[in-house]
Design a protein around this ligand. Sequence first.
Ligand SMILES: NC(=O)c1ccc[n+]([C@@H]2O[C@H](COP(=O)([O-])OP(=O)(O)OC[C@H]3O[C@@H](n4cnc5c(N)ncnc54)[C@H](O)[C@@H]3O)[C@@H](O)[C@H]2O)c1
Length: 262
Amino acid sequence: MRLQQKIALITGGARGIGFAIAQRLAAEGAILVIADINEQGAREAAAALGPEKGLGVAVNVADGSSVDAMVKTIVDRYGRIDILVNNAGIGGNTPFLDITPEEWNRTISINLTGAFLVAQACARVMAKQGSGKIINIASLSGQRGGHGRGAYGAAKAGLELLTKVMAVELSEFGINVNNIAPGAIETEMAKFAHDRPTRAAYNYLIPMTRYGTPEEIADAAVFLSSEESKYIQGHTLNVDGGFRAAGLMFRGSKALGQADQL
Ligand SMILES: NC(=O)c1ccc[n+]([C@@H]2O[C@H](COP(=O)([O-])OP(=O)(O)OC[C@H]3O[C@@H](n4cnc5c(N)ncnc54)[C@H](O)[C@@H]3O)[C@@H](O)[C@H]2O)c1
């Protein structure tokens, strides 16, 4: 119970990685606010944590007034915000030549501007408290050039840099700001975005030869939310089965063809 009575906000927590993080933080004793554009989903997710364990609220992270209303709801009810997991996001897999300005703007507005708006509103509360933990959910796509990842990758790369600036400026207020960069994780987003050849390619290129689970991201989030990580600041923790670390891997001449069975 490392997070006993801590007030933790998770955006995009109605399902997937966000919900897995909510479950793990709740198991460590935190009180969860699950905020999602899917209000019904947020309420159901909060209820699934158990009585008095969580609150489900609606938010569109790309809309500043919606974010402000969410933060006011939390502060009115609990008086503080100890942990923010900036997780809400949308995928994207459009070749560079085909990205429309509308898709570009939508992806940046949710994945980067949204994270900024929520982090700033929460950091203002945390600065008054003199303590807080902010965890941004970035992506391997923000570190390496993946096909179709122009808008998505640019947003996640921006989030990594924003994390460093926040770490520099918010240290004096006792706020830790770090990233988790998931690799390929088995969620609804991945099921939608990754077709069979894509899955085969990932399985071949990941040293651990499999997708990660939302629970494995949640384990990292618990660590970065806890006092055990108090001297970790402005860092990106990759949780990717070795994908970022890998160079050439010899797996035999048939390995490429068999990758979807790995
Ligand atoms: N799944 C992966 O392989 C993977 C890899 C790297 C990074 N990520 C990142 O992890 C995070 C979660 O991904 P996931 O796979 O669980 O996705 P998901 O689609 O399963 O869940 C995303 C959640 O965010 C919510 N959401 C979307 N737009 C929103 C908005 N404007 N305001 C509030 N909530 C909104 C959705 O309703 C949904 O509940 C995202 O930031 C994603 O970019 C995922």
